[in-house]
Design a protein around this ligand. Structure first.
Ligand code: UGA
Length: 441
C-alpha cells in the first residue's frame, strides 16, 4: 500500500520505517529541509535503538522516501498520516496549529479520495475539527472529493519505539466507516498476527483512549511517589511496599517504580492537556491535577535531600550527576528531572559535573557553555573532585558501579539516588551515606 506520513518526529519516523519494513511504500514529508537531507544521507535526528539500520535499509530499498514537497506527498499515498507535534500552548492545551496546517495541505492537493489518519496525540474533538478543515478547504477549491478522518493514536515508548511499533499490544482505530476498517485492517495486517490486536471504536473514544492510557500511567507513578514520601516519614521501605502490592495482579508490577518524578514529551504534556480539556467542558479533574502537582514536587525531591544533608550550604559544592535524559535509552531531555535538579543546584551556587551515555549533546544544546556545568566523558570522570554523587536516570551502566572508586573520589562518601538502584544495607556496610526515594529505614 502507498502511505504518506506528515511529520518526521519520533512517532512519524518510527511508524514510517516500520511500515516500510513490512513492505508498504512510505513517503515521509517534513517542512525541515535539513532534516530531510540528513535522512537521505542516513543521519537520523533522534537516538532510538534499532531505528538507524531500519531507516537506512528501507531508504536504500526505495520503500522509504523523504521529501519536503507536500504536493507530491499528498499525491503519493491513499493513506495520509498526520504525525506532527502538538506542543502545549501557554495555558497547557494542546496546540493544534500544525495538525490543522497539515489537514489544509492535504485538502489543497488531494487529487482523489484520501484517508487521513491522526497519529498525533490530540484532544477529543480534533477529528471533527480536522474533518471541518478538510471540507472547507476542498469547498474553497470547488472540489468534491471523498475523504475519511481516522483517529489512530500511537502507544510507543521512547527507547523501545521500534519494537513497540513492530509488536503493538493494541491498535486502536477510531472510525465509523466500513471501507476505512477494511483498509486499516489490510495496512496493519503484518502487525496483527497470532491474535487480533485491532480495536475499532468511534473517533472520540479513540482520542480519549490515548489520554486515558498516559494519564493512568502517570497516576500510578505519582501515587507511588506519594507512597514513597509517606514510607520515608513512617520508617518503611517503599521497595518492600512495591513488591508487596505489585504481586496483586490487579495492581501489577509495571509503572509502580518510585523516583525523582516522571518526564518526557508525553506524560507531563498529556496530563496537562486533559486537565485543560476538562476545564473547558466545565469539569474539575481533581485526580489529574494532583498527579501533576505531586510530580512537580517530586522533581525537587533530590534537591531537598541534598540541601538538607548539606544544611543549606551548597555554594561552591561540586555535584557529580549521573543521568540526564528523562529515562534510559534515549537522549531526550524534555521535562527531565535532571533539569529541575541542575537549575536548583545552580541557583544555590553549586557546580555540576555530569555524565550521560546519550544525552550529553542535547544537554549542551539546551544549556550551552556555562562555568557551572561540566560535561564529562565517563561516569568515573564525573566523580573527580566532587562532593557528592547524584543519580537521576537508571541507565544500565549505573547499576553496578565500583563503589570503592566512588568512595575514593568523592570528598565525602554520599550518594543521592533518584531511581533506587542500590541496596541501602550494602552501601551502609561500605561506609557510604546513601539517600534514596522512600527508603525510610
Ligand atoms: C509514554 C507511554 O509509556 C507510552 O505508552 C506512550 O505511547 C508515550 O508516552 C506517548 O504518549 O508517546 P515515554 O514518554 O516514552 O512513553 O516514557 P515512559 O517509559 O512511559 O516513561 C515516562 C517517565 O515515567 C520517565 O521519566 C520514567 O522515568 C518515569 N517512570 C516510569 C517512573 O518514574 N516510574 C515508573 O514506574 C515508570
Amino acid at each position: 500500500m502507498k502511505v504518506t506520513v506528515f511529520g518526521i518526529g519520533y512517532v512519524g519516523l518510527v511508524q514510517a520505517a516500520v511500515l516500510a519494513e513490512v513492505g508498504h511504500d512510505v513517503c515521509c514529508v517534513d517542512v525541515d529541509a535539513q532534516k530531510v537531507e540528513n535522512l537521505k544521507n542516513g543521519i537520523i535526528p533522534i537516538y532510538e535503538p534499532g531505528l538507524t539500520p531500519l531507516v537506512k535499509s528501507n531508504y536504500e530499498a526505495g520503500r522509504l522516501l523523504f521529501t519536503t514537497d507536500a504536493k507530491a506527498a499528498v499525491e503519493f499515498g491513499e493513506i495520509q498520516f498526520i504525525a506532527v507535534g502538538t506542543p502545549p500552548d501557554e495555558d497547557g492545551s494542546a496546540d493544534l496549529q500544525y495538525v490543522q496546517a497539515v489537514a489544509r495541505t492535504i485538502a489543497t492537493y488531494m487529487p482523489e479520495p484520501r484517508i487521513v489518519i491522526d497519529k498525533s496525540t490530540v484532544p477529543v474533538g480534533t477529528g471533527d475539527k480536522v474533518k471541518a478543515t478538510i471540507a472547507e478547504t476542498l469547498a474553497a477549491r470547488g472540489a468534491d472529493i471523498e475523504f475519511h478522518v481516522v483517529s489512530n493514536p500511537e502507544f510507543l515508548k521512547e527507547g523501545a519505539a521500534v519494537s513497540d511499533c513492530m509488536r503493538p499490544d493494541r491498535i486502536v482505530i477510531g472510525t465509523e466507516s466500513d471501507h476505512v476498517k477494511d483498509v486499516m485492517t489490510e495496512l496493519y495486517a503484518p502487525f496483527n498476527r497470532n491474535h487480533d490486536r485491532i480495536i475499532f471504536m468511534d473517533i472520540r473514544s479513540a482520542e480519549l483512549t490515548k489520554y486515558a492510557a498516559n494519564c493512568m500511567l502517570a497516576t500510578k507513578i505519582s501515587f507511588m511517589n506519594e507512597m514513597a514520601n509517606i514510607a520515608e516519614m513512617v520508617g518503611a521501605d517503599i521497595e518492600n511496599v512495591r513488591n508487596g502490592i505489585g504481586s496483586d495482579e490487579r495492581i501489577g508490577y509495571h509503572f509502580i517504580y518510585p523516583g525523582c518524578g516522571y518526564g518526557g514529551s508525553c506524560f507531563p504534556k498529556d496530563v496537562q492537556a486533559l486537565v485543560k480539556t476538562s476545564e473547558q467542558i466545565g469539569y474539575d479533574s481533581q485526580i489529574l491535577k494532583a498527579v501533576e502537582s505531586v510530580n512537580a514536587k517530586q522533581k525537587t525531591k533530590l534537591f531537598e535531600l541534598i540541601n538538607r544533608h548539606f544544611n543549606g550550604d551548597l555554594a561552591g559544592k561540586t555535584v557529580a550527576l549521573w543521568g540526564l535524559s528523562f529515562k534510559p535509552k534515549t537522549d531526550d531531555m524534555r521535562e527531565a528531572s535532571s533539569r529541575v535538579l541542575m537549575e536548583l543546584l545552580w541557583e544555590a551556587g553549586a557546580k555540576v559535573q555530569a555524565f550521560d551515555p546519550e544525552a550529553m549533546e542535547e544537554t549542551q544544546r539546551i544549556y550551552g557553555s556555562r562555568a557551572d556545568l561540566n560535561l564529562m566523558g565517563t561516569k568515573e570522570a564525573a566523580l573527580n573532585g566532587a562532593d557528592m554523587l547524584v543519580i537521576c536516570t537508571e541507565w544500565q551502566s549505573f547499576r553496578a558501579p565500583d563503589f570503592d572508586l566512588i568512595k575514593a573520589q568523592l570528598a565525602e562518601p554520599v550518594i543521592f539516588d533518584g531511581r533506587n538502584l542500590y541496596d541501602p544495607q550494602r552501601l551502609e556496610d561500605r561506609g557510604i551515606n546513601y539517600y534514596a526515594i522512600g527508603r525510610g529505614l
